[in-house]
Design a protein around this ligand. Sequence first.
Ligand SMILES: [Zn+2]
Length: 375
Amino acid sequence: MTRTEKLLAELIALPSVNPAFLPPRHPHAGENRVAEFLAATAATAGLEVAFQKVLPGRANIIIRLRPGGKIRQTILLAPHLDTVGADGTKFIPQRKNGRLHGRGACDTKGSVAAMLTALLELAQTKSRPVATEIVFAGLIDEEHAQAGSRALAANGFQAALAIVGEPTRSQIVTAHKGSLWLRLTTHGRAAHGATPHLGKNAIYEMARMAGVLATDYAVQLRRRKHQLLGTGTVNVGKISGGTQPNIVPDACVIEIDRRTLPGETEKSVRREIAALLARKKLSAEIASAKLAPALPLETDFRLPLVRQFLRCTHQRRPVGVDYFCDAAVLAAGGMPSVVFGPGDIAQAHTTDEWISLAELERAKNFLLGFLKSLP
Ligand SMILES: [Zn+2]
């Protein structure tokens, strides 16, 4: 068993389900068990360990490897420590046919294990950087509200490159889409169901609007293409309106999920939807349906550190992904960020989550090679 696999198995056995998905004080809730285990592992290896308090009883763990000489740049390794929920059997790691099964195996305890093992092995070699500081930040709350990455960025932490751990099949991702939730409300005029002509039916207005979003707006979005991400999308995911059959409804509400491309903002999307609806002679009140939108990510892949990392993974071009993650939050905080980690997003959040052990090792080796190549 490799050191990476052993660490991953130990991490799976320590439940760290995001508390947002569990009832209060559930024994599987929170990242603390994992953070404390990582702290002990790093301290034993002689690394510097600190905690950053983020939410009551929940903290990011920060592990540092200082260079031999003066710090000229910092590289951040930033996987998240929380997972989605699972039944109790999924916290017993199972090895089968070259795969390790269990909650968090790929999302994203695989990245935690690969990144920390690379750092521990780097600390033991003679070829460690002389001027580059490596910081491992185990972040909390990625699966819910990204409180961990937001706190790290808000604290003024800076790095020349942040590598955010997510299952990318060990490919370097420099772009991902954002997600924006909007609530659209149509207003009508109530009337008795026996005399519908005396009212104005808000559901009929909304039905036309949903049709326009599904057809005209979707077509409009397909005309705008990003080289790594393709096009933005729209999905009407929720609808409610009216009270009973014999009343003409005076209001109808939908909630939409708009996946955005780099450059699109909540303001620009709202303006574009309002303009389209106006052209179709429809009117709706448009509001945010989420506290903070998830931002899209676009990091310049010609940056020297990104190119160097690409060379170390023998990858010719970076890739883009549909899902969003902590990388956009760190990038918004001023750190050039990429996403990288072992495992496939197709297995993330599934009942039978697993990771290929060969790939886990390969990711660790890519990271170690990159860290060793730094000045
Ligand atoms: Zn994740």
